[in-house]
Write a protein that binds this ligand. Sequence first.
Ligand SMILES: NC(=O)c1ccc[n+]([C@@H]2O[C@H](COP(=O)([O-])OP(=O)(O)OC[C@H]3O[C@@H](n4cnc5c(N)ncnc54)[C@H](OP(=O)(O)O)[C@@H]3O)[C@@H](O)[C@H]2O)c1
Length: 244
Amino acid sequence: MPEPQDPILTLASFRPALRALVWGASGGIGGAFVAALEANPRVAAVMAASRKAAAPWCFDLDDERSIEAVAQAAGADGPVDLVLVATGVLLPNPEKSWRQLDSAVLSRVYAINAIGPALIAKHTLGLLRRDTKSVFACISARVGSIEDNRLGGWHAYRASKAALNMLVRNLAIELRQRNPQALCVALHPGTVDTGLSRPFQSAVDPRKLQTPAESARRMLSTLDALKPADAGKLWAYDGSPIPF
Ligand SMILES: NC(=O)c1ccc[n+]([C@@H]2O[C@H](COP(=O)([O-])OP(=O)(O)OC[C@H]3O[C@@H](n4cnc5c(N)ncnc54)[C@H](OP(=O)(O)O)[C@@H]3O)[C@@H](O)[C@H]2O)c1
């Protein structure tokens, strides 16, 4: 029997002709966000930013000025309804033991997975639309949940995503005071067939491996369903909450 189809992505909770800014558009999930948004009739503009993009959409997380320049370009034509941060890194051979902890690896993974999104937030939260719902969402990961951690390992990646989750909670509290219709949330995409997960897919049940398109569409549907009270939390692609 065929799998039931996911409902059509309406994005009806957002203003029509919405403007979306995707960071990490060259990645598996970021590219799928761009494709899903470009195909949606309610979306007027998709600004696809990445290291590989042409100006004015080219940025590197190691260079705050490049982040600021992309944000300025995005805000030049008015408020932004949806900001999606789909950047991230999982370096090869993630730690299985404390004996493998390495200062350079920890610094790099924190820089990309926690500090980079924090700087993107610094330059884009103020661009979010104020008169109707708007969303700033970072792709985190279930393995960043402290409550959910039963297996251990992957110290740098898990800890960087836990740090990102805390930043999202903090930013959501501040954002609620400044812009009550705007939400700041973290998302878990599931296990998705991208370059990042490929080295680890042999341990994954193939039925649980999603295409980037499936994951992106489900995450966008999840964002569409969220209300202001749902801000500051980690949401899975299927709309279920994951404890921090
Ligand atoms: N795939 C999964 O199963 C899975 C599961 C849980 C969470 N996630 C999270 O989902 C997010 C997206 O991952 P993905 O699976 O789509 O991986 P991916 O295909 O490897 O994409 C990663 C993206 O991050 C960008 N990036 C890395 N370093 C950067 C830097 N210094 N400056 C600017 N951009 C940089 C990459 O840009 P370049 O193309 O220039 O390298 C690429 O666009 C990550 O946060 C990841 O942790 C993924």
